[in-house]
Design a binder for this molecule. Structure first.
Ligand code: NAD
Length: 496
């Protein structure tokens, strides 16, 4: 057991299989959002440190690429077992640095593990296709080859799962990988890379650098980085997509969200309330698939409003390490201030604060970033707030006359990460599935998170790129297609 006090931890990089202390002059505190306690310091890497990680990945690529896919997946089987063995320890790390509850942290790790499991199918998934006799005696074959060095830049809200939307597929397809995780939650990936160190990967196949904008820009401009995956806010996603494209990289950039849910009067109201409450307030609303604006129709306007207000008011808010806590804090004091200001903006704009989570008093959490669940009623369908990502535990209620009205509201949403409908009508559900302008659709589902064998399909300002994370899209993203057209003269075969 390491004797170093947690607050003294200075997070190293992992470059070419070696834990490397940063030489950066810039460091940032890692803070427990529930207590305000310092958990350690994270470096904001200088360009030279990032360049070293890319060079280590580039040096490892030729041999890793030649390693048969069947051999490349063997370490992933070990990784799955190690993640299972360490799931409680990793959950605790996620909770102390991100704030979500232990149950939510464990749920996130299950999704991370699922991506490892799916990537173990690469020998099947990576196959190409062929056709004999495309012309007389001529055969054509499409093969997939790894690209080289690929990188991922990730958000704070799922410290384990989001890097695993990329890492397992990237290396199983034969690429080498550089992660620049979120500087706000570096402890989970540090521990995960200690596990990655034990699975028998050659040095340089996986690398991790800690940092902020300088690290990101160095990745984006590096000529040896072939592809970049990003998860974070929309303005940064747009920036990364443009800058990556400018240097000829393949890019997939997942951005922010404002996820609507429509509640029809024929919905099972108690199920809808429970599921929508979990979606809106789970992870303190800091999920890119959190429902954040509910459109109730007809009688549901009153029944849903009353039941969701009661559910919100009764949620137990506190430190996620306490097993009885149902909702933790938001990530930073700045985030708390921003969320509370947006609630105030809604109020000024005429919304009624039905349940007010501002100025939360949490025993033992006086220095934490707590905002309690909040319900804003009668948010104008025309207001800016109805389309603004809050990324906190705030559910806005807007009212619509009928499904046509509600669908018109959805069509104005600049984001397209998720849209949900609660109903018992098959025809309403089918219409919704057909018309809703979002890439992940929930029918009586509050968090329509695709399993790892389906793509995570954001649309509009929630995604920039062509190929999504996870599933078959991951194989498309991480491989170059090569088509071989062959003719062999008959005379030659007669010699044998
Ligand atoms: P963020 O955009 O602030 O940061 C994400 C990453 O980008 C971090 O690694 C950060 O270091 C880097 N970064 C930040 N500013 C940068 C800049 N100016 N230049 C270059 N790099 C920069 O996002 P966040 O606060 O960590 O995460 C929350 C956001 O992520 C929300 O908007 C949420 O909706 C979104 N998100 C989206 C998905 C999705 O699948 N679409 C999933 C999770 C989170």
């Amino acid at each position: 057991m390491c004797a170093t006090a947690v607050s003294e931890i200075r997070i190293p990089h992992f470059i070419g299989g070696v834990w490397t202390n940063s030489t950066s002059a810039n460091w940032q505190d890692v803070i427990n959002p529930a207590t305000g306690a310092s958990l350690g310091k994270v470096p904001l890497a200088e360009a030279a440190e990032v360049n070293a990680a890319v060079e280590a990945a580039a040096a490892a690529f030729p041999e890793w690429r030649r390693t048969p896919p069947e051999d490349r997946i063997q370490p992933l089987f070990k990784l799955k077992m190690l993640l299972e063995e360490h799931i409680d320890e990793l959950s605790r790390l996620i909770t102390i640095e991100n704030g979500k509850t232990l149950g939510e942290a464990k749920g996130e790790l299950r999704r991370a593990i699922e991506n490892v499991e799916v990537a173990c199918g690469i020998p099947m998934m990576m196959q190409g296709y062929n056709l004999e006799d495309v012309a007389r005696g001529i055969d054509e074959t499409m093969i997939r080859q790894p690209m080289g060095v690929v990188a991922a830049i990730t958000a704070f809200n799922f410290p384990a799962m989001i890097p695993f939307w990329f890492l397992p597929y990237a290396i199983a397809t034969g690429n080498t990988f550089v992660l620049k995780g979120s500087e706000r939650v570096p402890l989970t990936m540090k521990r995960t890379f200690e596990l990655l160190e034990q699975i028998g990967l050659p040095k340089g196949v996986v690398n991790m650098v800690n940092g902020g904008k300088t690290a990101v820009d160095t990745i984006l401009d590096h000529p040896k980085v072939r592809a970049v995956s990003f998860v974070g806010s929309t303005p940064v996603a747009k920036y990364i997509y443009a800058r990556a494209a400018a240097s000829g990289k393949r890019a997939q950039c997942q951005g922010g969200a404002k996820n609507p849910v429509i509640v029809l009067p024929d919905a099972d109201m108690s199920m809808a309330t429970k599921i929508i409450s979990d979606s809106a307030f789970g992870c303190a609303g800091q999920r890119c698939l959190a429902v954040s604006v509910a459109v109730a129709i007809g009688e549901a306007q009153k029944t849903f409003r009353d039941s969701i207000a009661e559910a919100a008011a009764n949620l137990r808010v506190g430190n996620g390490m306490d097993e009885t806590t149902q909702m933790g804090p938001v990530i930073t004091p700045q985030s708390k201030t921003r969320v509370e200001a947006l609630i105030g903006q809604g109020e000024k704009g005429g919304a009624k604060v039905l349940v007010d989570g501002r100025n939360a008093k949490i025993v033992g959490g006086e220095n934490g970033n707590f905002v309690k669940p909040t319900i804003l009623d009668d948010v104008s369908i025309e207001s800016e707030l109805a389309h603004t990502e809050i990324f906190g535990p705030v559910l806005s209620l807007v009212h619509a006359k009928d499904l046509d009205d509600a669908m018109a509201f959805l069509s104005k949403n600049p984001f397209g990460n998720q849209a949900s409908l609660f109903t018992s009508s098959g025809s309403a559900a089918r219409r919704f599935r057909y018309e809703a302008p979002a890439g992940n659709i929930g029918i009586n589902i509050g968090v329509a998170a695709p399993m790892a064998y389906f793509p995570f399909s954001g649309w509009k300002d929630s995604f920039f790129g062509d190929m999504h994370g996870q599933g078959r899209d991951a194989i498309e993203f991480y491989t170059d297609k090569k088509v071989v057209v062959e003719r062999w003269a008959k005379e030659h075969s007669r010699k044998f």
